[in-house]
Design a binder for this molecule. Structure first.
Ligand code: AMP
Ligand code: GLY
Length: 426
């Protein structure tokens, strides 16, 4: 079949890498794609916010199946529009994508169905939000309701800071995403991510991962889209995975179906593992980036079969197997990220750095120059992924490859996986 992947990041490179290996895939197109994706798929320029243009591309190329990578088009209803035009699509409807598109929506769903999550209240104006905050104790978590590229969350260490943040969000710090604000209690514990495919009714658990959001070693400095990740997450024992399914994922899937807005796609639960068990921090309605990269190198089964089963309501007919090895990915970013950074610096020695079975390099913000050189065009640029018998081994493989990449304009954290490595050593 002819498959279209929508997106241009490291997540989409990993998806294309896995889809290109499928016996079901005849032709693979990625729009708009990037410099690395061009090695495994045909990249085509496309404005993915223009749904008519996406449909026209599908028609022109006889696309049989569309896989949507990022959340913005899903929340904007790309899956609804593609489905209405007759194109089978992996990814939730706009109504189901509210699980990521509105934090207040998800909090209300949790409250209604007794799904464990931090205590909260939601507000559409500042005075009421601040009055509520003053009745709580710090630290308090203040969130813009809508999509804010992972930046709409502030952990306020004092009630003063909480009130200032509330004012800033209502003043437009996060644009439209901040038309509503959620104020919630601060949860203490270790964070982990849990991924499951969902076909509207059946849940197929995939795997777990942990990421590092902050830019600096030791988890310091400003938050980013993610500086590295590994899978599986050692903290997620079988018992905790089962509790996550029973107490969080399954009731959510049942509630969405009962509301007439069944969820189809991948559900990515951000969890806090507290003393009393897993609590939901947030849902995402797509694969994580860079978590997808570590999941894809561990997947033994055919990705296309799994994604089709999710789209077709047939997840009860498939299973997903994983290699026991650990995968760990290190994000190489342009110097200056997440602030301003230089573009079009050249990256060399990628073929040698990525050689061998225990390393895979996925591209995020890259493009090919006319002469074929690899240029850095974004903030997060490469995902250097190592595979090993344990986290320390996977980490050594990843950094061994990082050290071969010739890119004076780039940097990375040197401690991805530190918590898991310490756990292994103890
Ligand atoms: P979110 O975008 O909702 O995942 O929030 C981003 C990050 O903020 C999370 O990964 C957590 O590190 C932190 N966070 C969000 N909500 C809470 C909470 N209620 N308690 C503690 N940390 C939180
Ligand atoms: N790495 C976090 C995310 O994809 O949202």
């Amino acid at each position: 079949m002819n498959i279209l992947v929508i997106g241009s990041g490291g997540r989409e490179h990993a998806l294309c890498w896995a889809i290109a290996k499928s016996p079901l895939c005849d032709r693979l197109i990625c729009a708009p794609g990037n410099g690395g994706i061009a090695d495994v798929a045909e990249c085509m320029a496309l404005d993915i916010s223009d749904h008519e243009a996406v449909i026209a591309l599908c028609r022109a190329n006889a696309i049989d199946f569309v896989v949507v990578g990022p959340e913005v088009p899903l929340v904007a209803g790309i899956a609804d529009d593609l489905t209405a035009a007759g194109f089978k699509t992996f990814g939730p409807s706009a109504a189901a994508a509210q699980l990521e598109g509105s934090k207040g929506f998800t909090k209300d769903l949790c409250a209604k169905h007794n799904i464990p999550t931090a205590a909260y209240a939601r507000f559409s104006e500042a005075e009421a939000a601040k009055a509520y905050a003053r009745t709580q104790s710090a630290p308090l978590v203040i969130k813009a309701d809508g999509l804010a590229a992972g930046k709409g969350v502030v952990i306020a260490q004092s009630l003063e800071e909480a009130c200032e943040t509330i004012d800033e969000i209502f003043a437009g710090a996060f644009g439209n995403a901040g038309a509503e604000v959620v104020v919630e209690a601060f949860l203490v514990g270790e964070e982990a991510s849990f991924f499951a495919l969902v076909d509207g009714k059946t849940v197929l658990p995939l795997a777990t991962a942990q990421d590092h959001k902050q830019v600096g070693d030791g988890d310091t400095g400003p938050n980013t889209g993610g500086m590295g990740a590994y899978s599986p997450a050692p903290v997620m024992s079988d018992a905790l995975c089962q509790r996550t399914l029973d107490e969080i994922i399954s009731p959510t899937v049942a509630a969405m179906a009962a509301a007439g807005t069944p969820f189809r796609g991948v559900l990515f639960a951000g969890l806090m593992i507290t003393d009393t068990g897993p609590q939901l921090i947030e849902y995402n309605v797509r694969f994580g980036d860079p978590e997808c990269q570590v999941l894809m190198v561990r997947l033994k089964d055919d990705l296309v079969t799994l994604l089709l089963a999710a789209a077709d309501g047939q997840l009860d007919h498939v299973s997903a197997r994983w290699i026991d090895d650990v995968a760990l990915t290190v994000v190489m970013a342009a110097e200056g990220y997440p602030g301003s950074y230089e573009k079009n610096t050249e990256i060399g020695n990628l073929a040698e750095a990525g050689a061998g079975d225990t390393v895979e390099i996925f591209h995020a913000g890259t493009a090919r120059s006319p002469s074929g050189a690899c240029l850095a065009t974004g903030g997060r640029v490469l995902n250097v992924t190592g595979i090993g018998a344990n986290v320390a081994d996977a980490q050594a493989k990843a950094y061994g490859a990082v050290d071969k990449v010739d890119w004076p304009g780039g940097f990375c954290r040197r401690d991805i996986g530190w918590r898991a490595v310490a756990r292994e050593a103890s």
